[in-house]
Design a binder for this molecule. Structure first.
Ligand code: ADQ
Length: 417
C-alpha cells in the first residue's frame, strides 16, 4: 500500500498496551484503549479510524495489559479485506524475545520487529491509543519526507501545569522546527516564549524512517540504562543525534472539520478528564463533532433494535434532553439529561439520570436516581436507590469518587441502598 503523498510504503503501529491506572475502576479488567467512550466507541477506535482514514491500511496493534476485551474488539471490529493485502492485526505480547513481557513501549515494538522486517516499509507511523481526536497522519508523513528527518514528533500546546504528563519539546526557530530538547514528563519546565503558561507537548504520535527506527530500537535494547520507552528513551536519542523534527498539530486539516473543532485533542487519561470529555460531547454545541462523516470514527456496529422512548405503565412520558442514546436502549417513563446511554441501557419509570455516563447493559430501576456518575457495564441500580447524589454515602459504600465529585462504579456492581 503506497501512501497518497510521497509514494512511500507505510506501516502503522498502534501502541495499545497501556494500563491506565488513573482510569480505575474502568481499567480493572480492561486495557485503557479498550475503555468505552461516547456510548458505542472504545478509545482505540479514534486512533485506528485516524490511521485508516489517513490511507494507511497495514496496521499492527500491540497489546499487553489485560488485553482480552481489546483483542476481541480489534479483531471483530477492524477485520479488513485481505484482498489488497490490507490488515489490522493485533499482536499480544508474546515473550518472543527472552522471558520478559514488553518492558516499555519501545520494547513492544522491538519484540515485534519481525513484523517490520516482513512488511519492509519505508516509513513507520507509531501512534498511541488513548486519545480522542481527528488527525490526518498522511500530512505528517508528507512533512517527514520533505524534511528528510529520521524522526518526526506530533506536538500540541498544552497548559504548563500539565507538563508532568507529557513529553515537553523545545524547538529551534525554524519551520518546520527541529527539536532542540525533549524532556519526558518534567516537573517545572519553562513555558513557551510567546505564551509562558503553555508548553509544547508531544502527542505520543511519531513518524520514523524505518531503517533509523530499527537501528534506534536495536541500540536501545542493547542498553541497561533505559526504560525502553518511546517517549522516555527513543525520541530523546533522535533529538540528541540532531535528527528529530516537530509536526505542529495546528497545521493538520481534516476533511469536514470546522474552525471550531480544528485542533481538538483530548487526553482522557484521568477520570475527571474522561468525564469532562463526555459532558463536552452532550453539550448543546460540542467542539468535537462525532457527526463529521467525511472523517468517520469507525466502531463495531452490533445488530440491535432501535432506541425506544415510552410512557411506562401508570407513569410519566420519557423525557431525554442533551444526551446521546445508543441502539438497544429503552427509556420508560424516565427523565434523562446531559448523559450518555450506551447500548442496551434500561431506565424504568420515575427514575432520573443526570450528568452521567452509563455503559452497556446498565439498568436503573423505578424511582432510582443517578447523578454525576460513571457506571460501568452491567451496573444495576435497584428501585429507589441513589448514586452520585450524596458523595459521602457513595464513598462509604465503596464507590470511587473523584476530586471533582464524580462517582465511578465498577463493572457489574449491584448498587446497595
Ligand atoms: P504516556 O501516555 O504516559 O506518555 P505510555 O504510558 O508509554 O506513555 O503510553 C503511550 C502509549 O503506549 C499508550 O497508547 C499506551 O497504551 C501504549 N503502551 C504503553 N506501554 C506499552 C507496552 N508495554 N506495550 C504496548 N503499548 C504500550 C506518552 C509519551 C509522552 C506524550 C504522551 C501524550 O511518552 O511523551 O506526551 O504520551 O499523551
Amino acid at each position: 500500500m503506497y501512501n497518497r503523498r510521497g509514494h512511500k510504503k507505510v506501516l502503522a503501529i498502534v501502541l495499545a498496551g497501556g494500563e491506565g491506572k488513573r482510569l480505575m475502576p474502568l481499567t480493572a479488567d480492561r486495557a485503557k484503549p479498550a475503555v468505552p467512550f461516547g456510548g458505542n466507541y472504545r478509545l482505540i477506535d479514534f486512533a485506528l479510524s485516524n490511521v485508516v482514514n489517513s490511507g494507511f491500511l497495514k496496521v499492527v496493534v500491540l497489546t499487553q495489559y489485560k488485553s482480552h476485551s481489546l483483542d476481541r474488539h480489534v479483531s471483530r471490529t477492524w477485520r479488513m479485506s485481505q484482498m489488497l493485502g490490507n490488515y489490522v492485526t493485533n499482536v499480544p505480547a508474546q515473550q518472543r524475545i527472552g522471558k520478559e513481557w514488553y518492558r516499555g513501549s519501545a520494547d513492544a515494538i522491538y519484540q515485534s520487529m519481525n513484523l517490520i522486517r516482513d512488511e519492509d516499509p519505508d516509513i513507520v507511523v507509531v501512534v498511541g491509543a488513548d486519545h480522542v481526536y481527528r488527525m490526518d497522519f498522511s500530512q505528517m508523513v508528507a512533512q517527514h519526507v520533505d524534511t528528510g528527518a529520521a524522526c518526526t514528533v506530533a506536538a500540541i500546546r498544552q497548559p504548563r501545569s500539565m507538563a508532568d504528563q507529557f513529553g515537553v519539546i523545545d524547538v529551534e526557530p525554524s519551520n518546520p522546527a527541529k527539536i532542540r530538547e525533549f524532556l519526558e514528563k518534567p516537573t517545572d519546565p519553562e513555558g513557551l516564549p510567546d505564551s509562558p503558561e503553555e508548553i509544547l507537548a508531544s502527542m505520543g504520535n511519531y513518524v520514523f524512517t524505518k531503517d533509523a527506527l530499527v537501528a534506534a530500537l536495536e541500540s536501545d535494547n542493547a542498553r541497561d540504562d533505559t526504560k525502553h520507552d518511546m517517549g522516555g528513551d527513543i525520541v530523546p536519542a533522535f533529538v540528541d543525534a540532531g535528527d528529530a523534527y516537530v509536526y505542529d498539530f495546528r497545521d493538520n486539516v481534516v476533511p469536514g472539520e470546522t474552525e471550531r473543532d480544528h485542533g481538538y485533542w483530548r487526553d482522557v487519561g484521568t477520570m475527571d478528564s474522561y468525564y469532562d470529555a463526555h459532558m463536552e460531547l452532550v453539550s448543546l454545541n460540542p467542539v468535537f463533532n462525532l457527526y463529521n462523516m467525511e472523517w468517520p470514527i469507525f466502531t463495531q456496529m452490533e445488530s440491535l433494535p432501535p432506541a425506544k422512548f415510552v410512557t411506562g405503565m401508570a407513569s410519566r412520558a420519557a423525557k431525554v434532553t442533551n444526551s446521546t442514546v445508543c441502539p438497544g436502549v429503552v427509556v420508560s417513563g424516565a427523565e434523562v439529561s446531559t448523559s450518555v446511554l450506551s447500548p442496551r441501557v434500561k431506565l424504568n419509570s420515575y427514575s432520573t439520570v443526570e450528568g452521567s455516563v452509563l455503559f452497556d447493559d446498565v439498568v436503573v430501576h423505578r424511582n432510582a436516581t443517578v447523578h454525576k456518575a460513571v457506571l460501568d457495564k452491567g451496573v444495576d441500580v435497584p428501585e429507589g436507590a441513589m448514586v452520585g447524589v450524596d458523595k459521602e454515602h457513595d464513598r462509604a459504600r465503596g464507590y470511587y469518587v473523584t476530586d471533582s465529585g464524580i462517582t465511578v462504579v465498577g463493572k457489574g456492581v449491584q448498587i446497595v441502598h
